[in-house]
Design a protein around this ligand. Structure first.
Ligand SMILES: NC(=O)c1ccc[n+]([C@@H]2O[C@H](COP(=O)([O-])OP(=O)(O)OC[C@H]3O[C@@H](n4cnc5c(N)ncnc54)[C@H](O)[C@@H]3O)[C@@H](O)[C@H]2O)c1
Ligand SMILES: CC(C)(CO)[C@@H](O)C(=O)[O-]
Length: 298
């Protein structure tokens, strides 16, 4: 399968590198990283180990592929979609956090698959990516149901030994993941703690409230996500990723823009459509945006 990875940073380089063991992969990323990959190949270290030689380029347009993986940060999704419009790809799969598939679907006239990834990835140097945790990719039709395309892409991932589930209920899974990110990311970023600290801390109640609000908004959108399921998902992920510093905490600690707009911001924006108040998500988004627009970003 011909696979284009648009946004070869941490996650894109890890997933693209693993796929490169059996598929024709092209990484689209930034210069120092893609130059090193082009010259000396890519080292995958940590929980996965490989040396592969995918094509790598900074050129954003003119590519042909059976599927393009979108792995830019959520706030770069619109630019990625504009670049992909000038490519010849037959399908797109997002592995991003946040509700980004709608941006891709509104811009592109090819099928957009929804995806979530719980692999941990960290680009440690140009040409070297660390797998910080083996998780799973879940993918499927954006609106749910079975999809031959999703089955083909899922097989391509499994053929590269990537733990992959093809699911027919991506709407519910996307909203459940959004509830998890809405609760865990913002609370850990603002309190500067790893995920596990929420288990024994009153801040967990803030994460639960953000998740419950997200579940209620999901139900407005016609997605059956009970408050209990959202709350239990928070507790499960806090337990399973106890030692993790969430991606948002890592962004804050690095002085980098966060994905709050596509996470808590998306909950607020969607709730507004229904004239429904989501005070916890609104507060979390406001505090993180204040940090970003204050002294936060370096
Ligand atoms: N890193 C992880 O462990 C992980 C796990 C699950 C989900 N995610 C999600 O995956 C997405 C990517 O996360 P990440 O940690 O890999 O971020 P990252 O910043 O490491 O990678 C994104 C890369 O895309 C590049 N990029 C952006 N626009 C580009 C363009 N127009 N042309 C070429 N390159 C471009 C950036 O320079 C960057 O290198 C996020 O939504 C994140 O929440 C990450
Ligand atoms: C599940 C999660 C919150 C674990 O840290 C991850 O999606 C993240 O960090 O964004």
């Amino acid at each position: 399968m011909r696979i284009l990875v648009f946004g070869a940073g941490s996650l894109g380089t890890l997933v693209g590198g693993l796929l490169a063991s059996v598929h024709d992969v092209t990484l689209v990323g930034r210069d120092r990283h893609v130059s090193r990959v082009s010259k000396t190949g890519l080292d995958i270290v940590g929980a996965e180990s490989a040396h592969v030689s995918p094509a790598a380029t900074t050129t954003e347009t003119g590519h042909g592929a059976d599927v393009a993986l979108v792995t830019v940060k959520s706030f770069d999704t619109r630019a990625a979609a504009e670049a992909l419009e000038a490519c010849d790809v037959d399908a797109v799969l997002s592995l991003q956090n946040g509700m980004t598939e709608e941006v891709l679907e509104s811009s592109l006239d090819v099928p957009v698959l929804a995806g979530t990834a719980t692999y941990g990835a960290r680009l440690v140097a140009p040409g070297r990516v660390e797998c910080t945790g083996i998780g799973r990719v879940v993918l499927g039709a954006l609106d749910g149901g079975t999809s031959p395309l999703a089955e083909r892409v899922g097989k391509a991932f499994r053929d590269a030994d990537i733990r992959t589930l093809v699911a027919a209920d991506m709407p519910r899974r996307r909203w459940e993941k959004l509830a998890v990110n809405a609760g865990i990311n913002a609370v850990t970023a603002l309190s500067r703690v790893e995920n596990g600290r929420l288990a024994s801390h009153e801040a967990r109640e803030v994460a639960h409230r953000a998740a419950r609000e997200t579940a209620r908004v999901a139900r407005f959108e016609g997605v059956r996500l009970p408050n209990r399921v959202a709350r239990e998902a928070i507790d499960r992920v806090v337990d399973q990723t106890a030692a993790n510093r969430s991606s948002m905490l890592q962004d804050v600690e690095a002085g980098k823009r966060t994905e709050v707009d596509a996470i808590n911001g998306a909950v607020v924006d969607t709730a507004t459509k229904y004239d429904y108040e989501v005070p916890t998500n609104r507060t979390l988004a406001a505090l993180l945006r204040a940090w970003e627009r204050g002294e936060g970003l370096r």
